[in-house]
Design a protein around this ligand. Structure first.
Ligand code: KIV
Ligand code: ZN
Length: 390
């Protein structure tokens, strides 16, 4: 792997699907998995095979179907979980077992009623056992975000020795600040023997709205895998959003970090996941929200009509959207109405625009948004019927 390449690990079908009410059936998962493969994700986390017969079946079927990406199954640091995951992954071209255990004080004390030493032993045992089934074993140190760095480094060193190929450093509760999370990755890079043999992975939750920022901070400090979901869906406030990290790395080429994602398919992918799960994307969501390329204030519209780059840092075509939207509202100016009228065939002179504009404002004050049918109506009411094409 090129040292500037960031692997994209998609967990829409595992962490993403944990959202209440978003359960998918196997067929829906197969459609999404195939599209993720086509999108260019490097790893598809297909499910948690031991959790239910349905999840087992989905991971099995996805393993059979996927041609390019690594297919991954989640487990706890429990022998039976690992064995079941290995069984579900047996048809995969590139299988990966993702196993791990909580490493923070709170997980060790309250979840496991255990000790640091015993946790390290369980981590080693889980990785060693997973290694008897597959070469590619990813270890997660759950709640690494709140785990003291020194202990985390000891855990990492132990699982590298046991054969882990990827170390996942989850900010499970979305607690870290970007500087803190970046520093954690840097600390591991500098203090763990054998770290250069493995890939460090960011898995950040969005409880404080920092999941994407934390993942980018991780990559800037040496992580080479980012775990994310389409539309940022996931437990509670969600996971890192795939489309955001991909576009951040693309729009900041000086970072010299690349992904294999075909960004032109991002919008289509977002719609597929949103429709399949019945989970609407918030309109102001970065990259894939309905308003991400829509302009409604007069000042912005005037700028965008003159040159798109005045108010847009991404060309909508780069993420599979045909064009920026000029939304007509009471805050729109003459430039916007002239532009939208031209799009439906009315080339307005200055005089005509002077006639049309007050009528447009009447409409706009009564409605939230003035649509094409309203523009035709306005032209009729003001007598400006010179449509250059229908
Ligand atoms: O958030 C988390 O810690 C996880 C692990 C199970 C990888 O999802
Ligand atoms: Zn998670």
């Amino acid at each position: 792997m090129n040292s500037n390449q960031v692997q994209i690990f998609d967990t829409t079908l595992r962490d993403g699907e944990q959202v209440p009410g978003c359960k998918l059936n196997t067929n829906q998962k197969l459609v999404i998995a195939e599209k993720l493969d086509f999108l260019g994700v490097d790893i598809i986390e297909a499910g948690f095979p031991v959790s239910s017969p349905g999840d087992f079946k989905s991971v099995t079927e996805i393993s059979k179907l996927i041609k390019n990406a690594t297919v991954c199954g989640l487990t706890r640091a429990v022998k039976n979980d690992i064995q079941v995951a290995a069984d579900a992954l047996k048809y995969a071209k590139r299988p990966r077992i993702h196993t791990g255990i909580g490493t923070s004080e709170s997980h060790i004390k309250y979840k496991f009623n255990s000790s640091k030493e015993a946790i390290i032993e369980r981590a080693i045992a889980a990785v060693s056992y997973a290694k008897t089934f597959v070469e590619d074993v990813e270890f997660y140190a759950e709640d690494a975000g709140r785990t003291d760095n020194e202990f985390l480094a000891r855990v990492c060193e132990a699982v590298i020795k046991a054969g882990a190929t990827v170390l996942n450093i989850p900010d499970t509760t979305g607690y870290c600040l970007p500087e803190e999370y970046g520093a954690k990755i840097k600390y591991l890079k500098e203090n763990v023997t054998g770290i250069d043999k493995v890939i460090l992975s960011c898995h950040c939750h969005n409880d404080l709205g920092l999941a994407t920022a934390n993942s980018i901070a991780g990559a800037m400090n040496g992580a080479r895998q980012i775990e994310c979901t389409i539309n940022g869906i996931g437990e509670r406030a969600g996971n890192t959003s795939l489309e955001e990290v991909v576009m951040i790395l693309k729009q900041h080429p000086y970072l010299n970090l690349n992904t294999n994602i075909n960004a032109k398919l991002l919008t289509e992918m977002s719609h597929l996941v949103s429709d399949s799960m019945g989970m609407m994307v918030q309109p102001n969501k970065a990259i894939v929200g309905a308003n991400a390329f829509a302009h409604s204030s007069g000042i912005h519209q005037d700028g965008v009509i003159k040159n798109r780059e005045t108010y847009e840092i991404i060309n909508p075509a780069d993420v599979g959207i045909n064009e920026s939207l000029i939304i007509l509202t009471a805050r729109s100016g003459r430039a916007a109405i002239a532009y939208r009228a031209k799009n439906i065939g009315y080339e307005l002179t200055k005089l005509e625009l002077d006639k049309v504009y007050p009528k447009f404002l009447d409409f706009a004050d009564k409605k939230k948004e003035v649509i094409d049918a309203d523009i035709h109506q306005i032209m009729k009411l003001t007598g400006v019927l010179k449509q250059i094409y229908a």
